[in-house]
Design a protein around this ligand. Structure first.
Ligand SMILES: [Zn+2]
Length: 112
């Protein structure tokens, strides 16, 4: 068995104005792109949300330009571009909210 050189890793970026992934053809951000974004913004989820808001704005304009009479559902666009981002980082919780909870007097983080 001959093993050739590894295929170059291609980033899962959007193909505009269709907003499909250039690699896997799934609606962008695809699962791989979401993981890459979470890793890239691991220490700054606010910056990730701000970035995705800008991307949502651009995607909405592109998709409505392509389909002016039958544009995408705004709720579906929100879910696709923003709703998947975790709201909080566990490390950002105040000390009383980290870990465990229960019989030692600690309280659980508020539900979001
Ligand atoms: Zn992809």
């Amino acid at each position: 068995m001959v093993i050739g050189p590894a295929a170059p890793v291609r980033p899962h970026l959007p193909l505009r104005p269709l907003w499909f992934c250039r690699v896997c053809a799934a609606p962008w951000p695809c699962a791989t792109a979401r993981l890459a974004l979470l890793a890239e913004y691991a220490n700054d989820r606010v910056a990730l949300s701000v970035y995705l808001c800008a991307v949502l704005h651009e995607a909405t304009a592109d998709l409505y330009r392509l389909h002016p009479d039958d544009g995408p559902d705004p709720a579906a666009l929100f879910a696709r571009f923003l709703a998947w981002v975790p709201h909080r980082q566990p490390d950002a919780w105040p000390a009383p909210f980290r870990g465990g909870g229960g019989s030692d007097g600690q309280v659980s983080p508020p539900d979001r």
